[in-house]
Design a protein around this ligand. Sequence first.
Ligand code: UDP
Length: 475
Amino acid sequence: MDSSQLHVAIVSSPGMGHLVPILVLGNQLASYHNIKITILAITTNSSSAETEFLKKSNGKKSIEIIPIPSVDISHLIDSSTKIFTRLRILVREALPGIRSVIASMTHRPDALIVDIFCTQTLPIAEEFNIPKYVYHPTTAWTLALAIYSQVFDKEIEGEYVDLKEPLKIPGCKALRVDDVADPLLVRSDQQYEEYIKLGMEYASFDGILINTWEDLEAETIKALRNNDKLRSVLKVPDFPIYPIGPLRRTVEITERDEVIQWLDKQNHESVLFVSFGSGGTLSSQQMIELAWGLELSQQKFVWVVRPPSDGDADSAYLNSGGNNIRGTLEYLPEGFLTRTKDICLIVPMWAKQVEILAHSSVGGFMSHCGWNSTIESLTNGVPMIVWPLHAEQKMNATMLTEELGVAIRPAILPTKKIVKRDEIQGTVRMLMQTREGKDIREKAKKLKMSAENALSEGGSSYNSICEFVKDIRTR
Ligand code: UDP
């Protein structure tokens, strides 16, 4: 590394949903802006997908990955501790490890970027006098909610879920009570307090990078930049907002594995891909209804299945990929695999999602609406059936269906009730077979173009990332 080369350290929390966008951001900065990147990845050792991903990504271009060893937090949590709280605690306990890595660096980073769960590193950045930025890997709308929630906390009495009116974030579209992000659902839960703190920590950074783009969320981005009431919570007066997305993994298909070979044999845009992110799980009853609904739809589909869980819908989050053992799939309806053998491919636990969504046979994606999955779908022009499960996914689902018109949803919210087989079959057929489905696909393709424009030279996200790099250089 020559001494004039910028050095940026990026801190990532565990989980594929966090590691993926951090690695993509690191690659972008290293490849296109000649920046030396050090990623401090807080690991858990419990996810085979995560371990594999880190192994493959290390040493590429100017990227060095330093794993921050997992810390035992079992004495700080119990079975009721939500994933949001667990992640905040994991990061808190890893702070000494992060500090010592930064302290020992011979070339101190010119900037520190932290992911959504790593804002507690703020004092470390301040101690070493390093400019500090958050990478918010989802929408501008969820960012507005995160930073403004400290005001809601003071203004709202009682539970948010009991409110009669939607929540009004200044300058942004209103947030329906049904769509409120999980951490705000129960005020007495520790994750509520952690979420409010996270929003306050966000406001103390020097700027925020968001994985969205101007055309996608023009109104909200404008509010984040100019709305006095919304900006009044920010501690830095010139607080910059950098919409740099959609950053996502791109892959070259080097080997045509079983799934790709199966897709090769299908008709153009005829297959529905069904997957619920790195850790989403369904209840046993919902799993049965989904299997029946997919079978009755008689559409071709690829389904990434993992064993049902009657606990939280994100219960596999820190264990994604599992041990990749081909399970007995005994939780699927009797005879399902035999009856559907000509229309479906079942992938246990983990699939190469980016490759699948890029395949021309895929014409729809039933998704939990995690933001990485969402942009992987949209940047391939694939329309979606939204099935939000946890975190901020209900907000994403509403934006995709009601605002952008690139997705449809079952009439019942999966987080509230079991979606029955007839409803599922109807929704799948609507997307894959009807005129309405075709119109939605057209809109998804337009959004793909809009994303490409934003990222291309002179596009809004391209300019935004250049501005960010300039900002670090001038500090
Ligand atoms: N993913 C994958 N294969 C799977 C499940 C997930 O490659 O079987 C990847 C997916 O492509 C995405 C990430 O894991 O990049 C999941 O992130 P997302 O934000 O969609 O959801 P989360 O897992 O954080 O809920």
